[in-house]
Write a protein that binds this ligand. Sequence first.
Ligand code: NAD
Ligand code: ZN
Length: 260
Amino acid sequence: MSETGELAAAIEEVAALLGRAESVLFITGAGVSADSGLPTYRGVGGLYNDEDAGPEEGLPIEVLLSGPFFQRDPATTWKYIRQIEEACRGAQPNPAHAVMAALEGRVDRLWVMTQNVDGLHTAAGSQNVIELHGNIHRLRCTACDYRTSVRDYSALAPLPRCPDCRAVVRPDVVLFEEMLPEAAVAAMLRERARGFELVFTVGTSSPFPYVTDPVIQARRRGGASVEINPDRTRVSDLVTHKLSAGAADAMTRLAAALRR
Ligand code: NAD
Ligand code: ZN
């Protein structure tokens, strides 16, 4: 069969699985937002691909965006977080986000677990979202309980301070070398313990156990798993169905096949 024929057949199979499944997990990464025009982290269209054009401080971005570096020099970390926010500014959910949100009304139990910090799943209307790496639109004080949400960073000072206690305010995202948020981890473990009949990974290259474990778990329980990514990744050989396509394209075609 031709490559496009293979993809079309795989879409039909996955749509049939989706039509029957009572529990579905979507694990998403930067690739799901690529179709909203957001840069991925590395890979095609990545923010930090060109090693020669590295950050002017002469340090890798993983250091500049790390928890320990933020404690030493919050203004510099803020500068790079601001670049990420500017790259996301004004982005709208795409059909991949929209189809996942619509499926919540059709599948008994559906969760989206995302590594993205752009908030686009919630913006598309998904309710059961676990934001493992936080959300760039939420800010919190590093010293007191002050929290706020912002649409974008355009009105923020270069080093924003808490209106209550004057300590430095930070985005509620997970910086490198920081722990995942407790509530998100608890939700992830709770839902994973209940198990999922069908697990998707969409637009992520991450080799983290929280991406690979649910795929392995689904396999062990005789369930199906699907990767949606134009590239090959660590999970490509683990999944039962590999859809080599972009997220918006694949999810739109799945939704259309489900309607038939
Ligand atoms: P990644 O950049 O490492 O991987 C992105 C993956 O998406 C790649 O495998 C790529 O082949 C694939 N991809 C590219 N275009 C696609 C498309 N149109 N459809 C489907 N897949 C596509 O991203 P990651 O795995 O999420 O890990 C990077 C880390 O950086 C995460 O921890 C995340 O928190 C952070 N990040 C977040 C955002 C965001 O919030 N939108 C953006 C960049 C990075
Ligand atoms: Zn404060």
